[in-house]
Design a protein around this ligand. Structure first.
Ligand SMILES: [Zn+2]
Length: 84
């Protein structure tokens, strides 16, 4: 299974480009098994929908900043560490 880091990266990339079928398959699979990444995908899609609705200029402002990514990564790591 791909790592959370990779899955999260691809989820973000999917908003900018079409993922390859194999990438898509791996991401889908990961998200089905990983609640943290599932949540991340929902959040980023909400954000993306918001941007599409209200325009790219807003999207530029609300685009996931490095700090948010770090926060999500930390959340993912703590979620992972709770697993045995
Ligand atoms: Zn994950």
């Amino acid at each position: 299974m791909m790592t959370c880091e990779k899955a999260v990266g691809l989820v973000s990339e999917a908003l900018d480009r079409e993922l390859t079928p194999s990438e898509l398959k791996k991401v889908r699979w990961h998200i089905r098994l990983c609640p943290a990444c599932f949540k991340y995908e929902k959040q980023i899609q909400l954000l993306h929908d918001f941007c599409v609705k209200y325009g790219d200029h807003i999207c530029d402002e609300v685009e996931l900043p490095e700090e948010a990514r770090t926060r999500i990564k930390a959340a993912l790591e703590s979620a992972g560490s709770r697993k045995e």
